[in-house]
Design a protein around this ligand. Sequence first.
Ligand code: GA4
Length: 323
Amino acid sequence: MVVLSQPATLDHCSLIKTCKPTGVFTGIPVIDLRDGEAKTLIVKACEEFGFFKLVNHGVPIELMTRLETEALRFFNLPQSEKDEAGPPAPFGYGNKRIGLNGDVGWIEYLLLNTNPLASLNTPENFRYAVKEYIEAVKRLAFEVLEVMGDGLKIEPRDALSGLIRDEKSDSCFRLNHYPPCSELQALSGRNLIGFGEHTDPQIISILRSNNTSGLQICLRDRTWVSVPPDQTSFIINVGDALQVLSNGRLRSVRHRVLAGSVKSRVSMIYFGGPPMSEKIAPIPSLMAKGEERLYKEFTWWEYKNSASKSRLGDNRLGLFENK
Ligand code: GA4
């Protein structure tokens, strides 16, 4: 579409939705990766909330803060220089527009391929910080999925981690910058939506943010709650593919991000996805005898293709449900 190559305009700002700030949620499960009970607690958290906070994860804080500093250096460049790293589709710099179908948010971002790591048109220090961080967070993702495999008693225990460990795994990485929106917000008493509500399509998402709040998740009763930020830990969530692989046992939950009024939010998310040709269907050892499959089998390519035609807030799994 022609609009893709044009810079974001004021019209895009007027399309960005707002919402009232909501209550802070202190009930998100906090799991210590070195705790002997981690495997059980991870499964329980993914069944109940689809989200958990991981502490004692072994990723050096220095890697996180270095990437945050480098990312801010990039996002503080003049707009014309940042645009040189665009457009975001399939990978690159994006401003306000999200995806290909008209979604917008109070956000600018870099979307990167991790397999192979995208060659970024950015300073070397930045590229190096991205590379080191992704290597560490990938290893963490493998470990979390293996511990989860133990908790689910999947045979072999690396059945899940193997999907994202595969050299052809379709994983990506996103660096988000949500500038403060104070003037606009003061007018309405509402927050601008930085990234609209959605579920993540992949298997697992591993998020680290700075100490600015913004992430909200949708609870079972459909209320939206804010997850307090913690720059030293990770927020991990189940993606659509894992919901299917577990036949709905682990939940891919809607979440969104509100822009702050004073401080900017920076987040970095690794999305672990399977290879394009991988067939996504419930893992037999996770199904009880006689349990019905909730989803039709599809390849990851088919799911991605259908997702690329969707709007952010669509129920993408709906098309693949066995009704
Ligand atoms: C949501 C999760 C990841 O950020 C992402 C997003 C992707 C994009 O920004 O291009 C999508 C969105 C995400 C789901 C539906 C489609 C694709 C925008 C959009 C409207 C990188 C991903 O994999 O799916």
